[in-house]
Design a binder for this molecule. Structure first.
Ligand SMILES: Nc1ncnc2c1ncn2[C@@H]1O[C@H](COP(=O)(O)OP(=O)(O)OP(=O)(O)O)[C@@H](O)[C@H]1O
Ligand SMILES: [Mg+2]
Length: 187
């Protein structure tokens, strides 16, 4: 592991045309940063679900309390179905509960310490209830528990995401988990 961190990147030798993973976690934990990096290294396609929903108007109404639109889950799932059958994807979204369980080979939950997350969210302009609720979501491990309820425990992996060093270490860990998955499916 230390070798990987020292050299900043792991080499990925994935032949992952069927592989599907999802990165979830509270807003600001670093899902997109890690997904993008992993996509560049592995050749997997990064699917930013929030962006996909916005580009295809997958919203029902506006939630004025949380200052965000409410997702039309059915429309989004219909849109994603075709993409997912192709395999070779890294899905990036804060939640996973409403995705079909059959979609994912591995689920990664990113976690960030409260003070670090607080600073990241404030620097992104979060304040008031939205800021408080997101920090509480991380404190209460809401997304972790959601993943543990929705997927088999052996495919759910928690990753710490506080520093760039941890991000590079996560790339190494991910490559090891993927190798384990590949071996378990090849025999
Ligand atoms: N491991 C890390 N170490 C230090 N900073 C990080 C790390 N991961 C992400 N960041 C920083 O934290 C901020 C949020 O990252 P990012 O946009 O990837 O989060 P996200 O989980 O995708 O958020 P959202 O759910 O809102 O899309 C960015 O400024 C990014 O540079
Ligand atoms: Mg993101």
């Amino acid at each position: 592991m230390s070798t990987c961190v020292k050299h900043a990147y792991c080499e990925f030798f994935f032949d992952l045309i069927t592989f599907l993973s999802v990165f979830i976690g509270t807003p600001g934990v670093g899902k997109s940063t890690l997904s993008k990096e992993l996509a560049e290294k592995s050749g997997l396609e990064w699917l930013e679900v929030g962006k996909l929903a916005t580009e295809n108007c997958c919203f029902e109404e506006y939630d004025s309390l949380y200052q965000c639109p409410v997702l039309d889950e059915d429309k989004l799932l219909d849109l994603m179905e075709d993409k997912m059958t192709g395999g070779g994807k890294i899905v990036d979204y804060h939640s996973c509960e409403f995705f079909p369980e059959r979609w994912f080979d591995i689920v990664f939950i990113l976690r960030t310490d409260n003070t670090t997350l607080y600073d990241r969210l404030v620097s992104r302009g979060y304040s008031g209830k939205k800021l408080e609720d997101n920090i509480q979501c991380e404190i209460f491990q809401t997304i972790l528990e959601e993943a543990q309820r929705s997927y088999k425990p052996e495919i759910v992996h928690e990753l710490q995401s506080n520093t760039p060093q941890e991000m590079f270490a996560n790339l190494c860990k991910i490559s090891e988990f993927v190798e384990g998955w590949r071996q378990s499916t090849s025999g």
